[in-house]
Design a protein around this ligand. Structure first.
Ligand SMILES: [Zn+2]
Length: 330
């Protein structure tokens, strides 16, 4: 292991360093990417850990911060690059999903001459993640979103890389894994996840997976632990830190999702929640009008498991209220 340098942040062998890479400016201050580099004494692999694409997903952000703070470079074989918050403008204003400067999600692969969210995505991939051999991205439900813990990986048609991405996802130890199918169209990602580092990193030869825990802008210790233990398990598997990794014997991988949207506007009363298994035709919520009458019974369109919900009390036609995985063997 020699020196690792990202922007002006440089860590010699056996040291760590934290700093801010300037990405752009507001009229009065820099727009930055926070980066921590932990450079081990012994040679080994480099793992990049990112969080805060969605800046109110605090469990992931807190897990990334703790990894940087609590890891001693003396104990490492290889190195770890930590970006605790990708979307800093959103973090500073506690904005869900999007960057408040351009009202857009962090875009990857991004564009160095696009709007700030595209620049952040581009610089993150080119300047930071490209320096790693493996990548994990820490997420959870954003400020308006309920969610169960799970992990995600994607396929890129490179079987060797895809197998490694799947292993990273499984190492989070969650009961459910989502194999998210993505394809590129018109320069953006469609089908599934729109802002997906777990697709763009493997396209560059860097296996990648996403860990998800936490919801509704909370920062519960049990959610931080899921992501922290998942990341440490990955570090053990890659032999960056000492210790036996654990691989759960039974995890269910889903590869098809479904949405439940409202047909009517009104006041929404959910009758199911994330983590529930539902069967086709089962009532999962009701919509009432302002006279208190039921105007819609919302039914599950297929058998499956709900993993996301947006528990808005007031809904309009077409609002997404639950998202699930279609059942195979449960
Ligand atoms: Zn997220």
């Amino acid at each position: 292991v020699s020196t690792i340098r990202i922007g002006d942040i440089e860590a010699e062998k056996g040291t760590k360093k934290f700093g801010y890479v300037e990405i752009g400016q507001t009229p009065t201050s820099p727009i930055v990417l926070p980066v921590g580099i932990i450079n081990g004494l012994q040679p080994g692999r480099t793992l990049c850990i990112t969080a805060g694409t969605h800046a109110c997903e605090y469990a992931g952000i807190d897990a990334a911060i703790r990894i940087y703070r609590d890891t001693d470079p003396i104990d490492l074989s290889g190195s770890i690059i930590v970006v605790p918050v990708i979307n800093m403008p959103a973090f500073e204003e506690a904005t869900a999903y999007v960057c408040p400067i351009d009202s857009a999600g962090i875009a990857v692969p991004g564009n160095p001459r696009g709007t700030i969210s595209q620049i952040i995505g581009y610089r993150l991939l080119e300047d930071v993640i490209s320096k790693a051999d493996f990548h994990i991205d820490l997420h959870g439900g954003d400020a308006t979103e309920m969610e169960i813990p799970f992990a995600i990986y994607t396929k890129t048609a490179n079987e060797e890389i895809d197998k490694k991405s799947e292993t990273l996802a499984r190492l989070f130890g969650t009961e459910y894994i989502w194999l998210a199918h993505l394809r590129k169209a018109c320069g953006c990602i469609v089908e599934g996840w729109r802002y997906n580092l777990a697709y763009e990193a493997p396209l560059r030869g860097i296996p990648s997976a996403i860990g998800e825990a936490g919801e509704m802008g909370t920062y519960r210790d049990e959610d931080v632990s899921i992501l922290l233990e998942g990341a440490k398990n990955v570090m053990k598997y890659l032999k960056i830190i000492d210790g036996e990794f654990t691989m759960p014997s039974k995890q269910t991988v889903f590869d098809k999702t479904f949405d439940v949207n409202t047909e009517h506007g009104g006041i929404f009363f959910p009758e199911s929640r994330v983590g529930n298994r539902v069967s086709k035709g089962q009532v999962v919520g009701k919509i009432l009008n302002l006279q208190g009458e039921i105007i819609e019974q919302i039914k599950a369109p297929v058998d499956g498991v709900f993993y996301n919900s947006w528990p808005k009390h007031v809904v309009n036609t077409g609002d997404l209220v639950f998202r699930g995985w279609m059942a195979k063997e449960l």
